[in-house]
Design a protein around this ligand. Sequence first.
Ligand SMILES: C[S@@+](CC[C@H](N)C(=O)[O-])C[C@H]1O[C@@H](n2cnc3c(N)ncnc32)[C@H](O)[C@@H]1O
Length: 446
Amino acid sequence: EPSTQSLPPREFTSPPAEHALRGDLVCELDDVAPRPRHPDAFRPWTHEPYCIHPVEKTLLGFCTFTNADFMGGRGLSLVTLPDLAQAIMERTTMAISSSPRPAIKAGETIFLDYPALLISRDSVEVFEPEERIRMNWMALLQLPDAGRGEVRDMASDGKYKDELDNLVAMNSLGVQYAGFRQYGTFPEAAKMNHDCIPNTYYRFNDTTLAVEVFAIRDVKPGEELTYSYVDGLQEIPYKDRHRLLGSQFHFECNCSICGDTASRRESNRRRDNIKNAKAALNEVSDDAAQVVALCKKLLRLYGEEGMILPRPLTAEIAAYAANQMGDAKEALRYAKIARDYWSIIAGPHSSEVTRLEELIRAPKDHGSYKPKAGEAAEESMGAGGGSGQEMMEDEDEEAVLDAVRAAMLKAKKVAKESGVGEKEQEKLVEQAVQAALKRAMSKDEL
Ligand SMILES: C[S@@+](CC[C@H](N)C(=O)[O-])C[C@H]1O[C@@H](n2cnc3c(N)ncnc32)[C@H](O)[C@@H]1O
């Protein structure tokens, strides 16, 4: 018996006699299975599968399976064994885009795309316009029909005289090849609209030439995928964004923070606060406590505005500043936030993640750590006592002095780095020396 488990709830049926008998079958519209009234009736297929089994019911049957939504409505039909069709479809559920796309987790790759055109940005400066435009057109016309067709289907309105210049400006991603900036025209990515608060970002692999579009936050099923056509729109208020997108791309942005006046106003207010907090952060770079407070505020504002990209660096700065204040717990908390966002944006194996992991593993051993004033004394006591104890083992008076001297030197260094005043430093060193001496002496008495 063929496995019917993966089949839609319908029994294998013999083909209608007239089909089986027709030699030179001419397909008529009647042969097309109608789309069922309920869209999920034959899920994942959009049409009732049409199955035949040769000769006997006991033999494996073949069916025609169709998913008309595959690849954004291009459709896919399979004529194959039911189990195989099911397996193929399970693997490619991501490509069915008109049935609600499944939810995507932050950091997840959504698709890979390869460029149809890769045009050096330097060509604009190096060549006369006519020469450059001629080269670009040749690049396009020498593509095979399929690639050329995909490029020619792209939007090409804009401010330039040459249609292809407009097309490239409108549809390209900025990528770098061996350090040289390029306009990369990627047919799939070019289908994505702009959003001033996008839900995806991309990275370019200059070995494979693939651009990887990935989610920077969780994306709900069916939610539109967007990226920002312009980098660094972070603090820019509506009016300036409107002017920029209008002059560069010739469209009026209707994204969530541009669409209506109330949203524009709300977003402008938040962006104003972000701008001010960033300016204040530049002013207070020597004051670790202020740095932490401002980063905390910025992270809150980025959260309210739904901005993801600036978060990891802000959290990372907060982590170092907290550690500098001797607050290893807070440093750890921010370091984890920074690590998690870097993992989404730069990738889980990026140098950014490795850098943060170092701090997370042992905040107090990290170069940024400076113990608090009180802890400075304690630490030096520990160090002095420890080395003193070792020395006491051979009951050598010189060793007691060495231990105390070592404790004093360590305490001086720690007190100086803690940033407290000179008087306070002296007091700390004195305390540490006394503690080390006491420890060494008590050991001696034993
Ligand atoms: C690269 S194409 C994006 C795909 C395009 N929507 C399509 O259907 O082929 C750029 C064009 O999409 C439209 N567009 C993209 N983002 C938009 C936005 N945020 N608001 C309004 N129109 C937008 C503009 O017409 C722009 O010229």
